[in-house]
Structure formats: structure tokens, C-alpha cells
Design a protein around this ligand. Structure first.
Ligand code: 6R9
Length: 657
């Protein structure tokens, strides 16, 4: 936290956003969760979560719902035993739903599809579990998964869960270095990968990065390789094993062992703003309860009729909770797509929605803004009338992007649920409920039933409505992280030191409560700017820029300034319909921000760029843009989804200057 945090100078309600969207009447009348849930949950939180845990099938019931005797090392459902993979697969088959499609898998090459029923998924998971055991993986061993979005990636995760081997999924876009450092940190003995996957219309190799990672760490005993693209791969007979050879021939019988509710399920690495990535540890019972309940409540999931699609990669926590564990525990039919939204053409996502009759669609603001940039003619070519609920995750959604999403993709009918959560929280924490909440564009609204969140000042005092501060979670919740892998001290230091005396979890995000008490997340605390003593949020200025008709996307950073301490620097991507924006574009945008927010927020500098640097989950890496704005050499780019973007930006600026 910076010293300015004590100031009450967070600009008052800057977003003059007054639009409200009531839930559709039929949705409200048939909603899975109704308004009374909030009060009921608040009255006795552990009892509420125990009720939600009944959604799962337990081999042994728990003795204690919440054990807080060693806070902040909380435990949930202690004494309980269950198997996560059994809950995601077997129990649906046993209940007579084996023929139901679990996954409509869509490969990037057109026509390359697979429909996988729950019975087939169960067989494959059992085979993979048997193969892993044969390769020497035991309960408690860690397995790294470095794969494209193919069915085997999901099978691999569930097979690990089935035998109690925590997985760590590393995003397929990350480098060999990033993979090696994660293997080292959690000491994975086996890596599951593929020869490659399809990206932007062409096969992209993966196996070479695993080979390279193995030159940097000697922990890996075996590499299990799925054949996806048929590319040539280098082969080491002592280590490499084809998936088809060991999984394909394995038995489809496998008895799932029941593990302790607190048995580690997975480690997911998330980049800290500085220092080495943090290995977020999630365990079994509480995590699965949180993922399953939130998926049911926030998306109003009707498993018999809904077709669900979350566009995340499994290398991001969203893929873990809202492709694999939540949806499959809930027995959903879902679409999983391998490739990029623009392959072979820009309308691909919308064609998939039309083809499969997708009813619930969950994506990130970064994707929505890139479609806004291209114009609505493209989605307008597809019939998306099946959609009834839209979700957003990863960043604050700018009000203009929300309206566009609701109008163009949701036919002005489907509510948007803006879901705030983190790798650390495991599941959605703050979000509208689609059958209850009157949504406000740009606000994640309130904590869902069972969750207690607040916005506080630097002393931990709840701020009055209409003011800003820090987002905290004030009570433990089942899907919370348990620690950082191998680093309990850093866990306490990062999340519990700031408001430790109060027992509040510090999320690291700035937020504001509006006059109704609804929460607006303003971005990472590290990104807040201080201009002449005023604290300015990146999100608010970015949203003001995006509300200009020529702007598709904007990123704002604070750069050192002799007069004002920091000055606002903006990087802007124009909509395609705006051409080059015209010679006056920079003046026009500065005037627009001044009018929308006020003189203090006027950017000192606006740079028109073609791309912005983003992580795997579409978050803008402002740290790198700060380097550009302050004319420094650009820092560590290993967690960029596309590492060429930074040179594109610098080259563009040099040319333009
Ligand atoms: C799920 C996920 C967590 C950070 C979080 C916040 C930002 C996510 C958001 C949002 C505003 C939302 N964030 N959802 N900000 N509104 N609906 O994204 O996890 O990758 O760990 O990132 O993302 O800053 O603290 P993760």
C-alpha cells in the first residue's frame, strides 16, 4: 500500500452511470436462488455452506464445517471424505445420465468436433487414472499439465484428481522457462502435454517447450504426450510416452479412492506484480462446494436444458472452476473450443453459439472489447437467440462494453453477470444473481449469499456508501486458498497481514461503494495513480475513454511527472470504423476525459496503438506500459499471452513520434 492510502481523496462517484437492468420476469420467477438466500446465509454462514456441500456426494460426512482454530489456515468440512472426479463424472452415470453429452468439443479446424458423453468421459478418466498409476504417480505426487484446449486436458485433470495427485496446469502459451520454474516450485514428477495444438489456423508446437524445460530441471521422470496435430516431435525413449499407448490400452475400470476434504486438489500459479509466481493451493471439499454452488447460483444453471460455454483456457483459474470442476460437478452439457475467436474467420464464436444453441455464455471483457472494435455486423450474422445469461470475468467491465455485450450478444434480453473473484478465492465472490439483482453496467454489485465482502479504509473501517477504499473478504469461505505452495509465511504476509487483527482477507483490489452500497471494483491497488495528491483509478479513466465512440480499448498508467508526482498516460486502440481517428483524435479524447471525469484526470499523453500487452486471462499488464511511458527498458514479459506485442507497441510509437 502507498502512503496516500490514508487519504479520503478517492474521487467521488465519477461514473455517472444510471442505467439499470431488472431481471427478466420469467428468469426471476424460476430462479435457482432467490433474494432470501442472502439473509439466510448471513445468519449462520457455516450452516449455509454445509447445506451447499450437500450438492456433492461424500463417501464420509464431515464432523466440523469450519475449523478456524489455526487462522488464517482455515479448514472446511474436516473429517469428510470424497473424490472430486467421482463427483464430476461417475455419479452422473450412476444416476442414469451416462448418455448425456458432457462436452461438445470444437476443434479449431472447421468440422473437427467430438461429442463426449458422461459415460465416455468416465471411461477415459478411468483409463488415464490407471495409466498414471502405472507410470508411478501416487496420491500426493504433483503432475504438471501443459496442453491446448483438447478433451484430454480435462481428462488429465480429472484423472489426477481421481488418484489424489494435485495437478498444476501451466498455460500452453507460456514459455519453457515459465513451465520449468513451476515444475521446480511444486516438484512435479510427470508432465502431460501434446505434440501441439491449433492456434490461428495453424498447428503450434508444445512438446519442444517441455523438452527445453527438462534441460532446466531434472525432476521430470515421465512425459505423457497426446497426439493432436501430428507434428514431428523429438523423442526420448527413457522419458517420453505416447498417451495413446498407455491410456488407450488401459482398463476403463477404476475405483475412486475417497480423499480427505482437505486433500490438495491443485496448485495454480498466478503472477505476482513482483517476484516469483505464487502457487495458490486449493483443496478438495470446500473448493468443489464453492465451484458447484456458485455455478448453480450465479448462472442459474438448469442442467437439463442449458448449454453452457465458458471461453476461458484451462491454464487460467476460470477454466478450472467454470469449465472443469463447477460445471462437471453440476452435470452440465458444455461447449469447449480449442482455438482463437477469429479462426478461420471473425464470426467463429457466434457460429458456435448458433450451432449448439448455447444458453449461458461466460467470457472476459478483453474479448468483448475486441469484438466491439470489429463492429457488430459480425455477430449480427448469427442467430444467438438461445442465449439467456451472459457472464463476464477477469477485469472490471467498462459500462460501454457491458451495454454492447448485453445488446449485441444478449439481444437486449439476457442479463449480464459481472463476476469478481480471484485464483485465490477459487470461486465467484461478488456478482449479481441473474434472477434477483437489477444490474448496473460496470458494477459487480454485492457479495453472493454465503460471502461477506466489504470496502474498507487503511485502518480496516468500513467506508460509507459513496466512497472508495480496499476490497476485503471479512469471513472465511469454503473455496478459499489454503496457503501458497511451500510458503506459509508468504501466504500470511500477502493476504492476512494488512488487516490481520480484524481477520480480513486483503484482495489487493481497490473498490468503491456507490450510494446504494453496491461495489465497483477499480483495479489492482498497485495500479492506482496519484496525481497531485488525488488518487485516480485506472478503470475509471479507461471506462471514460471507452465510452468515446471511436475507442475500442484503453489502458491507463501513471508515469512519473515532475510537477504532479504522477501523470496520466493512456494507450488507446481505436475501433476499426474510426480509421486512424483523424488528426484531432488525441485532443478529442483528452477533452472527452476532462468532460466525463474532470480536469485532474486529463491524460498528459495519449498514444494510439494497435495492441495492448495482456496476460493469459486478458488482463492488461500495466507494469509494462509504465515502462514504456517512463522510457525504461521493458521488464519481464514471460507471462504475456503474446510476447511480440511489446515490440509492436514500441515500434509503432517510434514511427508515430
Ligand atoms: C478470476 C480471475 C484476479 C483479479 C482480481 C481483479 C480482477 C477479476 C473481475 C476483476 C473487476 C471483475 N478481476 N474479475 N476486476 N471485476 N469482474 O480473474 O482470477 O486471474 O487470479 O485475477 O482480476 O483485479 O483481483 P485472477
Amino acid at each position: 500500500m502507498t502512503d496516500s492510502s490514508s487519504s479520503e481523496e478517492t474521487l467521488a462517484n465519477l461514473l455517472k452511470e444510471e442505467r439499470r437492468f431488472e431481471p427478466p420476469a420469467d428468469l426471476a420467477a424460476n430462479a435457482n436462488v432467490t433474494a432470501d438466500a442472502y439473509a439466510r446465509a448471513a445468519q449462520d454462514r457455516p450452516a449455509f455452506w454445509a447445506e451447499q456441500a450437500e450438492r456433492l456426494t461424500w463417501a464420509e460426512r464431515w464432523d466440523t464445517v469450519l475449523d478456524d482454530s489455526n487462522a488464517p489456515f482455515f479448514k472446511w468440512f474436516t473429517g469428510g471424505k470424497l473424490n472430486a472426479s467421482y463427483n464430476c463424472v461417475d455419479r452422473h452415470v450412476e444416476a442414469g445420465r451416462g448418455d448425456k453429452v458432457a462436452i461438445h468439443w470444437v476443434g479449431e479446424p472447421v468440422g473437427d468436433t467430438r461429442d463426449i458423453t458422461y459415460a465416455q468421459l468416465k471411461d477415459e478418466v478411468c483409463q488415464a487414472a490407471n495409466a498414471l498409476t502405472a507410470l508411478g504417480v501416487n496420491a500426493g505426487d504433483r503432475v504438471a499439465i501443459y496442453m491446448p484446449m483438447i478433451p484430454e486436458a480435462i481428462v488429465a485433470m480429472l484423472a489426477c484428481a481421481r488418484i489424489g495427485a494435485p495437478h498444476t496446469v501451466v498455460f500452453g502459451g507460456f514459455s519453457a522457462d515459465a513451465l520449468a520454474s513451476r515444475i521446480d516450485d511444486c516438484q512435479a514428477k510427470l508432465v502431460i502435454t501434446s505434440d501441439g495444438g491449433y492456434r490461428r489456423g495453424a498447428p503450434a508446437a508444445l512438446k519442444p517447450a517441455v523438452d527445453e524445460a527438462r534441460t532446466k530441471t531434472d525432476l521430470v521422470e515421465k512425459v505423457l504426450v497426446v497426439r493432436r496435430t501430428g507434428q514431428d516431435v523429438a523423442w526420448d525413449d527413457a522419458v517420453d510416452v505416447w498417451w495413446d499407448d498407455v491410456v488407450g490400452g488401459a482398463s476403463t475400470e477404476h475405483a475412486p479412492e475417497a480423499f480427505d476434504a482437505e486433500h490438495p486438489l491443485y496448485v495454480m500459479y498466478t503472477s505476482g506484480s513482483t517476484g516469483k509466481p505464487k502457487g495458490i493451493l486449493h483443496t478438495t471439499g470446500g473448493y468443489l462446494t464453492g465451484a458447484s454452488y456458485t455455478h448453480h447460483a450465479v448462472f442459474d444453471l438448469k442442467p437439463e436444458t442449458d448449454v453452457y460455454w465458458c471461453t476461458a483456457d484451462i491454464g487460467w483459474v476460470t477454466g478450472h472452476s467454470y469449465i472443469v470442476y463447477g460445471p462437471l460437478a453440476n452435470g452440465v452439457t458444455q461447449v469447449v473450443y480449442e482455438g482463437t475467436p477469429d479462426a478461420p474467420e471473425r464470426g467463429r464464436w457466434w457460429q458456435i453459439i448458433e450451432q449448439y444453441g448455447v444458453t449461458i455464455f461466460y467470457t472476459a471483457p478483453t474479448a468483448i472489447r475486441s469484438f466491439m472494435k470489429q463492429g457488430r455486423e459480425i455477430p449480427d450474422r448469427s442467430d444467438m437467440s438461445s442465449i439467456r445469461i451472459l457472464g463476464s470475468v477477469g477485469e472490471p467491465i467498462n459500462p460501454e462494453a457491458y451495454i454492447w455485450y448485453r445488446t449485441v450478444i444478449g439481444g437486449d434480453r439476457a442479463p449480464v453477470v459481472d463476476t469478481w473473484w480471484q485464483t485465490e478465492t477459487g470461486a465467484i465472490m461478488i456478482s449479481p444473481l441473474p434472477g434477483v439483482t437489477a444490474g448496473k453496467p460496470g458494477s459487480a454489485m454485492t457479495a453472493i449469499p454465503g460471502i461477506a465482502a466489504d470496502v474498507v479504509d487503511d485502518k480496516g473501517r468500513s467506508v460509507p456508501n459513496g466512497s472508495g477504499g480496499y476490497l476485503v473478504v471479512t469471513e472465511p469461505w469454503p473455496s478459499m486458498l489454503r496457503t501458497l505452495w511451500g510458503d506459509d509465511d508468504r501466504y500470511v504476509e500477502t493476504y492476512w497481514k494488512t488487516y490481520g487483527d480484524l481477520g480480513y482477507y486483503f484482495a489487493g483490489d481497490g473498490a468503491k461503494k456507490d450510494i446504494d452500497g453496491d461495489i465497483w471494483v477499480l483495479g489492482r491497488v498497485d495500479d492506482v495513480m496519484n496525481v497531485s495528491g488525488h488518487r485516480l483509478s485506472t478503470t475509471e479513466i479507461e471506462s471514460a475513454l471507452v465510452s468515446h465512440p471511436k475507442v475500442a480499448e484503453a489502458a491507463v498508467v501513471g508515469a512519473k511527472d515532475e510537477d504532479t508526482g504522477q501523470a496520466v498516460c493512456a494507450f488507446v486502440i481505436l475501433r476499426e470504423s474510426a480509421g486512424d481517428g483523424g488528426s484531432e483524435i488525441v485532443q478529442e479524447l483528452r477533452a472527452h476525459v476532462r468532460k466525463e471525469i474532470g480536469p485532474i484526470a486529463t491524460p498528459r499523453q495519449i498514444m494510439i496503438v494497435a495492441e495492448l500487452p495482456k496476460t493469459r486471462s486478458g488482463k492488461i499488464m500495466r507494469r509494462l506500459l509504465r515502462d514504456v511511458a517512463e522510457h525504461r527498458e521493458v521488464g519481464d514479459v514471460t507471462t504475456l499471452a503474446d510476447s511480440s506485442v511489446m515490440s509492436l507497441i514500441s515500434d509503432g510509437l517510434n514511427k508515430g513520434a
